[in-house]
Design a protein around this ligand. Sequence first.
Ligand code: C2E
Ligand code: CA
Ligand code: CA
Ligand code: CA
Length: 279
Amino acid sequence: SKQIGKNTFSFFSEEMDAAAHKRVKVEKLLRHAIERDEFDVYYQPVVDAQQEKIVGVEALLRWNNPELGNVSPEYFIPIAESTGLIHNIGAWVFERSVDVISELSSVLPLTLKVAVNASTLQFRNSIWYKTVLKAIKTRKIKPENLEIEITERLLLDDSREVSEQLKAINDLGIEFSVDDFGTGYSALSYLKRCPISTVKIDKSFVTGIPDVKEDMVLIRAIIAMAHGLELKVIAEGIETAAQLEYLKQEGCDFAQGYYFSKPLPINELRIWLENYVSQ
Ligand code: C2E
Ligand code: CA
Ligand code: CA
Ligand code: CA
């Protein structure tokens, strides 16, 4: 058994070495990803849940590196955060998304809202506000066409820089939605004091429809509470008609998920939008 213990130990430590080694490599490559033009933004449609009309898209970052292939944002965003690269990457995603708004408005007779994800760290550095201000000024787009997705963690941060940036960006006319709502914290008092307009029900709850009673009860409660506070509700991760049906019946405002479309590169989004609108 001593022998087994030893092998097990070396097995795990080799695995840990490999993971640490990979991380160092990813970090190094991530540093050059912008200048080497390895990022792309994909867009996932968001529809009005009741009328099933398109209302917007969520911008989701993609990284394709010649050596690593496609790397999931779930893996590289935390690395971008711990290295400080998130500030430049976040600015890059925002600027790209603003460009897309102006492009799409010339192709389609509708005003779409583009939701961009932002990391909590971005709100701790004043570069973020400057990026947002500059992007909307130089591209001359309407701030109502933008939305920023933040997490509960940010809203629990009561530092002055964070609340000032939230307010300053909100004063530009850009609204905030709370992503992954319901998964993180139970203190909900921030809903009253922060400038947010939408909560986004996490897909881990939506996945529970129709089998997990508790998830369905929580969804109903979230929608009732949000509406009571005059907030809109988006549900993400909708994959089936039954899930959409339940959310509609509960009065959910907006819907997003593979049931409508996966995140798409801009050219495919344009085709998807033209087909969807003409249906
Ligand atoms: P998120 O913001 O919660 O985004 C939703 C994720 O669910 C996306 O994964 C999306 O592709 C996926 N998804 C959408 N519909 C469905 C569905 O019906 N079923 C399933 N199973 N999945 C669905 P993705 O693109 O891999 O992004 C993962 C996370 O990475 C995002 O979660 C977000 O937290 C982060 N992320 C992505 N882009 C950015 C960015 O530009 N900035 C920051 N800070 N974070 C980002
Ligand atoms: Ca999001
Ligand atoms: Ca989410
Ligand atoms: Ca998520």
